[in-house]
Design a protein around this ligand. Structure first.
Ligand SMILES: Nc1ncnc2c1ncn2[C@@H]1O[C@H](COP(=O)(O)OP(=O)(O)OP(=O)(O)O)[C@@H](O)[C@H]1O
Ligand SMILES: [Mg+2]
Length: 411
């Protein structure tokens, strides 16, 4: 059966709604695209409900008219500095002869029982792996013999109020939220290779208002981080430094921007006309690069600090995979590699079918990632139902399902 999935990436600079169809053999075909400038969103967080609702509604309408399909529900991306994550372990004793769904649900429940303040909400419980009777590295414990089941999880939480606001905007735009997906986890679905996840890698999506990171170790997500800084801050610095409007600074960045000052000639000038002025003004390209380098290097320095804090900096042989709109800045790969001291590659969606021309850009990794995430979950569900689990596909669970399990277990 062919199925329609919809993803809405609510970014700081654009809202991107994608309609995908899962064709035979699990191939994803893009049926509709709706890309609209964002409004009412800052650093990944909604600051104006009406403006954000309208931007989302416009993007959804566009995707509807380009696909000819009505959109009623969607996966929605989430970012912002209010997001945080922890790793938690759950332990239970097995009730029957072999490990069944309920044992796993109880183990998950016990992992979730970590102190979560009342003003925070669980967004993801990613299953990282199991230990049965002290034997670790178990991937699929269902049906195994054992007495003691342990589960390793990565739990992502977000501020309830901020989640509610996003929920309200998407609902007001006429779409039911199927699930929220953290930005870097969606992007990772698109840009990471399995071999990189196994080796140890960090995916880094630099957008307009946020830098979203997820660290993968031994194939599983180990740590997630959202930093409230992105390409807009670079633009702001240029506007400030050169006393220009933000619009003009953005244009300069896109047309003349370079991430490494030393690579730009000292005599390299270009001319612009500041708004409201008669005369053209010459601008030194090295000076622009200087401003850009300072901010972008700072972003990677903060990123490195966060990676170190997670305790895994020495163990990421696959380095960083960079994506998001701001990764299109020329020279950013070399700068990142220098600051981080690790290999860096830039990635974007690839091998898509259907209406895809504009999607081959690092700005759309999260949007396409939402569809891939949905696809992965479907495969998980199918595999789980047949009691047979694929290698990396089983690392996530559908939260709604987990909730149901837990409800059944409550007295
Ligand atoms: N060629 C380029 N050079 C430099 N910066 C670029 C280039 N193209 C796009 N950008 C920057 O990318 C940013 C937008 O990226 P993206 O579309 O991924 O953001 P977003 O998803 O809307 O925001 P966020 O994920 O932070 O909420 C802007 O700051 C823009 O200036
Ligand atoms: Mg984004």
């Amino acid at each position: 059966m062919e199925e329609i999935i919809v993803g809405i990436d609510v970014g700081t600079t654009k809202v991107c709604t994608l309609v995908g169809r899962v064709e035979d053999g699990g191939v994803l075909r893009i049926m509709g695209v709706g890309i609209e400038p964002s409004q009412g969103i800052q650093k990944g967080v909604i600051i104006d409900l009406d403006a954000a609702t309208q931007a989302i509604a416009r993007s959804v309408e566009r995707a509807e008219s380009s696909s000819g399909l009505e959109i009623t529900s969607a996966l929605v991306s989430m970012a912002g500095a209010h997001v945080s994550s922890i790793n938690s372990r759950g332990v239970v004793s097995v009730t029957g002869d072999v490990i069944d769904e309920f044992d796993i649900a109880r183990a998950l429940d016990s992992a979730r029982a970590v102190a979560i303040p009342h003003n925070r909400e669980v967004i993801h419980v990613v299953q990282r792996g199991y230990t049965v009777d002290g034997q670790d590295g178990i991937r699929a414990p269902l049906g195994m013999h054992g007495y003691r089941l342990e589960i390793e999880t990565h739990i992502v939480t977000a501020s309830t109020a901020t989640v509610e606001n996003l929920y309200q905007c998407v609902s007001a735009a006429g779409v039911a939220v199927q699930q929220f997906v953290l930005n870097p986890l969606a992007s990772a679905e698109v840009v990471l290779r399995d071999s990189e996840r196994k080796m140890g890698v960090v995916v880094c999506d630099i957008g307009g208002g946020t830098t979203d990171m997820a660290i993968y170790v031994e194939g599983k997500v180990w740590h997630t981080i959202v930093l409230p800084v992105g390409g807009n801050h670079v633009t702001g610095d240029i506007a400030h430094g050169l006393r220009l409007s933000v619009e003009q600074a953005e244009e300069i960045k896109l047309q003349h921007g370079y991430a490494i000052r030393a690579d730009v000639g000292a005599e390299d000038y270009f001319a612009i006309r500041p708004f409201g002025e008669e005369e053209m003004v010459d601008i030194n390209r090295q000076e622009v690069a200087h401003i850009i380098e300072a901010r972008v290097a700072e972003i990677f320095e903060i990123a490195l600090q966060e990676i170190k804090r997670s305790g895994y900096d020495g163990l990421l042989p696959a380095g960083m995979v960079l994506t998001g709109g701001a990764s299109a800045l020329p020279g950013i790969r070399d700068l990142a590699s220098e600051v981080l001291g690790m290999p860096v590659r830039i990635a974007q969606p690839e091998n898509l079918n259907g209406m895809v021309d504009q999607l081959y850009s690092p700005a759309y990794s999260t949007g396409v990632g939402l569809l891939r995430w949905a696809l992965t979950e479907q495969e998980n569900d199918r595999d789980a139902r047949f009691g047979r689990r694929s290698k990396r596909r089983k690392s996530k669970i559908d939260l709604s399902g987990a909730k149901d399990w837990m409800k059944r277990l409550l007295p």
